[in-house]
Design a protein around this ligand. Structure first.
Ligand SMILES: Cc1cc2nc3c(=O)[nH]c(=O)nc-3n(C[C@H](O)[C@H](O)[C@H](O)COP(=O)(O)O)c2cc1C
Length: 671
């Protein structure tokens, strides 16, 4: 397969064509140092078979360390010689697994951190909503202009940092010229951000001068035989005001080639204005931006890297075969399963824990650098170690949702004898139900993975089995793990009313969803969109205001939902991400009564109440976690009758996939 063929770039020999792109979420020590945790994080991915490991954007120019500390921003520095020893250890560790180390560099500040080439004149009359609803962070314009006299010294800092990377044993460096307002270099290139009138602004040549000069100085510092990569955004996704694909091909690619770059790492998007090219939500098809990479590839002789929601090796192979790229980067996939290449090579692709694209790590750290991947417990800095069981026990897991299956998987791997009982006719619980929505179909990846593991690990799975106390006792288990999940509650106003159904029943098709649908609760935003796309007339209503629509989701997902459901004027990275007129969205809304005429809804705006009766066929209850109740009645009944009884997942507290997986591991790694 082409994906496992070696490739050489300026003397750097990669054993295959799979790499880890920059993910600014590796652990680091205070003060910006590479430490043992950083090394372990990257080493796992190298051990798993990736040929090239790129660090997250390393800071090449000096920073205010006190400020970074105050911001609790997990950065890695390379602006001083004192950082070299850490990088040396990292390079040695990766080399011992046959992988190469690339160091991505950014610095000097960026519009995202309040400094940039100039203050863009937006919002203006034509673009009044450009004062964005900054979903991602508290980004704000205007930015302070970077003074002319800082530019040349910064170029020298980048060059010195590149020399340090080389001295430490890194195999290549990459200048981060992508992601719009996230980096100094891309914001200098982009007409959206750069309004300068000095030599670093004006036309394409002027705007490209900063990256071009930086690369030239880096080249002087590392010598002719050392690979320098550049990461670019093929399209900034802000339309004509920013960098378009045409601009990239006509101006950026030739300029970078001429400046002496050896490889183009092609990403897309702008971290301030159009994040979904960077943090691509699960709603977008896999590999959805490769057509842009392919255009760049056609325009250059340099090797090209493609990236973006590529979660399977066969797809990577297909893109390489089609000549769309020379190397494929997998970011979140190597986060959810660092061993993806290795497992594929060993002929067991079914063991690959495929990324579900949820951006769940972002829930843990709204600043955007959350590391936890909800489906990979070992991603944490200090997971409970996995060890074989001291004594093989009879373990009974009640409930075959993702939490129950994960607990069964770990317990079986540790040597316990595991039985799993599921009351429904299929495994996967609520997550499997959510996967029936086309928008969140990627959740199926995790259900399929766990289901396969049940079979491979010979877990005794008993389907359609809702165990009673007597049946549990009959099995004489040493351990019972209750993973019986949670159930939706029916609010009083909806009790006994026609056409009322829960979110999961609607998804599972247990009851027929009619033509006129009211979805109650913003948890149902994705379902409301899918039903509208199926041709239903949908009203989505929730208790909170526009600001908190989908606020419990990662912002990459939220941004997309806002685009589709609100008038927030943000550029569209993919054509389908347009504002929908159906569903209609009602904020600050509550249901007062349900009569034969319809659902009486009260909405409150500026303390003024408006009432309206909405005719309906189906009312779907999609209220948040707090509105569900835990199914834990067996817990008390089992006390004193079974030696060890535990609750995990929703059964202990109603939360998300990550907590189900985490609590499963916390129990199954200790029993
Ligand atoms: C948590 C996180 C941090 C990221 N940090 C960087 C970064 O420092 N530099 C960069 O160029 N891209 C960064 N990216 C973008 C990724 O390199 C990659 O292009 C993106 O995740 C899409 O690839 P994937 O779908 O395979 O994950 C980051 C993405 C994520 C999810």
């Amino acid at each position: 397969m082409k994906v496992f063929e070696p490739i050489e770039i300026k003397g750097m020999k990669l054993k295959n064509r799979i790499g880890l792109p920059s993910l600014l979420n590796q652990p680091s020590a205070e003060g910006g140092y590479v430490d043992d945790l950083t090394i372990r994080w990257f080493e796992e991915r190298a051990k798993g078979g990736a040929a090239l490991i790129m660090t997250g954007a390393v800071i090449a120019t000096p920073v205010d360390e006190n400020l970074m500390k105050a911001l609790d921003f997990p950065f890695i520095g390379l602006y001083d010689d004192r950082f070299i020893p850490g990088f040396k250890k990292l390079a040695d560790a990766l080399h011992s697994h046959g992988a190469k180390l690339g160091v991505q560099m950014s610095g000097l500040g960026s519009p995202m951190t309040g400094r940039g080439p100039s203050a863009p004149p937006y919002p203006d009359e034509e673009h009044p909503t450009d004062e964005l609803f900054y979903v991602t962070r508290d980004f704000r314009m205007p930015v302070t202009e970077i003074p002319l006299e800082e530019i040349e010294p910064a170029e020298r800092e980048f060059a010195a940092a590149a020399a340090r990377a080389k001295e430490a044993g890194a195999d290549c460096v990459e200048l981060h010229c992508a992601h719009g307002g996230a980096t100094a270099h891309n914001s200098f290139i982009s007409p959206y951000y750069n309004r300068r009138t000095d030599k670093y602004g004006g036309d394409w040549e002027g705007r490209l001068l900063f990256p071009v000069e930086t690369i030239a100085r880096m080249r002087e510092a590392v010598g002719e035989d050392y690979p320098i990569f550049a990461r670019i955004s093929s399209d900034q996704f802000v339309g004509e005001r920013g960098v378009t694909l045409e601009d990239t091909i006509k101006f950026i690619v030739p300029a970078l080639e001429k400046a002496g770059v050896d490889c183009l790492d092609v990403s897309q998007g702008d971290m301030i204005r159009s994040t979904e090219g960077i943090n691509i939500p699960l709603y977008y098809p896999r590999g959805c931006f490769m057509h842009l990479t392919a255009e760049v590839k056609k325009a250059t002789k340099l090797p090209v890297i493609g990236v973006g929601r590529i979660v399977d090796i066969d797809m990577a192979e297909k893109f390489l075969q089609e000549g769309k790229a020379d190397i494929i980067f997998m970011g979140r996939q190597l986060t959810s399963d660092p061993e993806t290449p290795k497992k594929y090579l060993e002929g067991r692709p079914e063991d690959i824990r495929q990324c579900i694209g949820c951006m769940g790590g972002y829930l843990d750290n709204q600043r955007g650098c959350g590391r936890p991947c909800p489906i990979n417990y070992d991603i944490q800095d200090e997971p409970i170690p996995f060890t074989p069981a001291e004594k093989a026990k009879k373990v009974l897991v009640l409930g075959g949702g993702v939490g129950g299956m994960e607990a069964a998987r770990i317990a079986a791997l540790r040597g316990h004898k595991v039985t799993l009982m599921e009351k429904e006719g299929e495994l996967g619980g609520l997550v499997a139900a959510l996967a029936l929505n086309p928008l969140t179909a990627e959740f199926r990846n995790f259900v399929d993975y766990l289901t396969t593991q049940m079979r491979k690990l010979k877990v005794d799975v008993k389907m359609a089995k809702d165990a009673t106390l007597a049946e549990v006792q009959e099995l004489k288990p040493d351990v019972v793990i209750l993973a019986t999940g949670s159930s939706a509650t029916i609010p009083e106003v909806a009790e006994g009313k026609p056409g009322v159904m829960t979110h999961s029943d609607a998804l599972k098709g247990k009851k027929e969803v009619g033509k006129k649908v009211v979805v109650w609760g913003f948890f149902g935003s994705e379902l409301a969109i899918s039903l509208a796309e199926e041709g239903k007339e949908v009203v989505l209503l929730g208790r909170s205001g526009e600001d908190s629509l989908a606020s419990d989701l990662s912002w990459a997902r939220r941004w997309y939902l806002l685009r589709r459901l609100t008038d927030i004027n943000v550029p569209r990275a993919v054509p389908e991400a347009v504002r929908l007129s159906n569903p209609e969205v009602l904020y600050n809304a509550n249901i007062e009564d349900i009569t034969t005429e319809g659902i009486r809804v009260v909405t409150t705006t500026d303390s003024v109440e408006t009432k309206r009766v909405i005719p309906y066929d189906t009312l779907i209850l999609s209220r948040r976690f707090g509105e569900r109740k835990t199914n834990d009645s067996l817990f008390d009944e089992l006390q004193g009758k079974v030696a060890e009884v535990y609750k995990i997942g929703d059964c202990s507290q109603v939360r998300g996939i990550k907590e189900a997986v985490w609590t499963a591991n916390e129990v199954a790694r200790k029993i």
